[in-house]
Design a protein around this ligand. Structure first.
Ligand SMILES: Nc1ncnc2c1ncn2[C@@H]1O[C@H](COP(=O)(O)OP(=O)(O)O)[C@@H](O)[C@H]1O
Ligand SMILES: [Mg+2]
Length: 300
């Protein structure tokens, strides 16, 4: 073999080794954007997460489904660093979230991870437009004119261009939730976490919010969705995780998990969940029963 090729190969190998060594937790070629390993979290004596492993790759939509109280919101709050587990590793784009040392690091992380809740939490005294402009200007230091242009583009994306100068109180729940999604996008995050964002909505506005999320997923935005909208989860997700009592009972591609769940617990959950593929016809009759039940459990 010509020596020049050998040295080139050797130097490529060396730089590849170096980059792999530099990565904190291993050697896979494509690292997940979000990676949880053996995450344990208790509230006092109450163990809520009992060894969670979860991977979200860039551009994927991953759904977390499961009964109320099973730990879904807690997983999302761990990913944003709002909660710190007692054990395990949480990584977002190479940053060890479970080891963030300062408030500054926490703020840096939250700039990169958008979070949309069941409650929209818009600023009621600011117009829709200003709700989208304030954080990019104040937190990211963006130029106000540029942030305003971006805000208009995002309002178009969520189909609310005509509401730029309205106030949140003048909008329906579905419209406010779409503003909340646009506000998260205005920070240009690496990924967005959605925690039951349609659960508090009137049935007639659920679809418009799901349409906006579907568009985002198709555009390649990395999304983690906690949802009771099983048909939607099946349609948009690359992977689905089923949680129960703080453990991931089963996970896999959406088609497989919904079409042929392997674990009896997953089978039972899907059979009793309105809108799940295993429970035909129930969605139309009783669209919001599990969503109402879940309202009482929601905690930020
Ligand atoms: N701040 C908190 N303090 C104490 N217990 C909590 C807190 N937040 C959640 N929990 C408990 O943790 C468990 C999981 O909650 P959560 O992650 O919100 O479940 P899910 O989102 O799946 O409904 C529940 O038993 C809940 O009561
Ligand atoms: Mg929850």
């Amino acid at each position: 073999m010509p020596s020049v090729d050998t040295s080139l190969d050797a130097s490529l190998d060396a730089s590849l080794d170096a980059s792999l060594d530099a990565s904190p937790a291993g050697s896979s070629a494509v690292r997940p954007l979000v990676r949880l390993r053996d995450v344990h979290l208790s509230f006092g004596a109450n163990p809520v997460l009992k060894g969670i492993d979860l991977d979200v790759f860039r551009g994927q939509a991953v759904s977390i489904i499961g009964p109320s109280g099973s730990g879904k919101s807690t997983i999302l709050r761990c990913i944003t660093g709002l909660l710190r587990p007692q054990q395990g590793e949480i990584e977002v784009d190479g940053t060890r979230v479970d080891r963030l040392a300062s408030e500054r690091d926490e703020i840096e992380l939250r700039k990169r991870v958008g979070f949309v809740f069941q409650q929209y939490n818009l600023f009621p005294h600011l117009s829709v437009l200003d709700n989208l402009v304030v954080a990019p200007v104040r937190i990211l230091g963006r130029d106000k004119a540029a942030a305003t242009r971006t805000a208009y583009d995002l309002l178009k994306k969520v189909r609310l261009a005509d509401k730029a100068h309205a106030y949140p109180g003048e909008l329906s729940g579905g419209q406010q939730q779409r503003v909340a999604i646009a506000r998260a996008l205005a920070m240009q995050p690496d990924l967005i976490l959605f925690d039951e964002v349609t659960s508090a909505l009137d049935p007639e506005t659920v679809g418009e919010v799901l349409t906006v999320i579907r568009d985002l997923v198709r555009d390649g935005m990395t999304c983690v969705l906690v949802t009771h909208e099983m048909r939607f989860a099946e349609e948009v997700s690359d992977a689905v995780y089923f949680t129960e009592a703080g453990v991931i009972v089963e996970h896999g591609p959406a088609e497989r998990l919904f079409g042929a769940p392997a674990n009896p617990r997953t089978q039972a959950f899907l059979a009793h969940t309105p809108g799940a593929p295993g429970a035909p016809g129930v969605l139309e009759a009783q669209p919001h029963i599990p969503l109402q039940l879940d309202l009482s459990r929601f905690a930020i």
